[in-house]
Design a protein around this ligand. Sequence first.
Ligand code: NAD
Length: 308
Amino acid sequence: PPLEQLYVHESVDNVIPKHDFVEAFDDLSIPVELVGDGREYEATDGVVSYVPRPEYLDAGWVHCARAGYDEFDTEAYEAAGIPLTNSSGIHGATVGEVAVGLMLSFARLLHLYRDHQGERAWYTPDYERPFTVENERLCVVGLGTIGEGIARRADALGMDVVGVRRSDDPVPGVSELFDPDELHDAVADARFVAIALPHTPATDGLFAEAEFDAMREDAYLVNVARGPIVDESALVSALESGAIAGAGADVFETEPLPESSPLWDMEEVIITPHKGSATNRYHLDIADLVKENVARYQDGEELRNRVA
Ligand code: NAD
């Protein structure tokens, strides 16, 4: 049956102002209502939510307001025959710019100058420290929307971009592709390694001691994907031992990053609070995706970004 109602679960407020989001559906053909927990759904309902809830399995279609849908039980959706879609495809610029910003900071030392600004200190770094990202090699691991977004921007800055991808379809701006089982070769010559993978059983803990050992000692890790893809205690050890030079991370095993984490105190670590996708038009970007899928659903077409 066609959809008669679209529900927006208030958990979307984690990333977008919920009322602005609902307003973005003013031109939708079906009514949109903001809801909390404890509601029952039926086959003519669509639901947009940031968090998974068991009752969504009675709806007609569920849209995850995030690109990373790892908290949703895809097998349960498949068993129930309920299509689940995600918000992939809209984070190339936002998360891509954060990744590039982190790399530029490590090269041009912006983070150190800002650290010293609080002390009104006219800081002079050692001569050897600053470098340019231009002509440095970046390895992007995972070349979906975000990976491509990083690669295109890095290419525009004159970086030598290589990547890790399961298929060998070419990617704009990427000069060489490696198979996932060649990860160590892929990262070996890179000054920067950027992770843009989803968190799955195959990527859980993918970056651990052996991977940091495979990286250059002057290399920086950038993780804008999901915390558990990196073994965080192995990362701390690698940074402490000098196996790698630094790390920029937007995501962590536990979020917010606990106050006790040694990462907070490290000069060559830049922590951003999982705000890689933040932008003042995020609600419109997600609403556009949802509207497109409402239209497809009503027309009986295949949904965009279907993940289960
Ligand atoms: P996407 O689906 O467009 O891209 C993921 C890519 O990874 C795909 O090309 C896929 O084929 C590839 N991939 C999957 N498993 C792989 C493996 N084992 N080896 C190599 N490649 C593999 O998703 P996206 O929009 O680029 O987002 C990627 C991830 O980033 C999301 O799953 C999410 O967890 C995270 N994310 C973080 C933020 C943030 O705020 N920091 C925002 C959005 C997404």
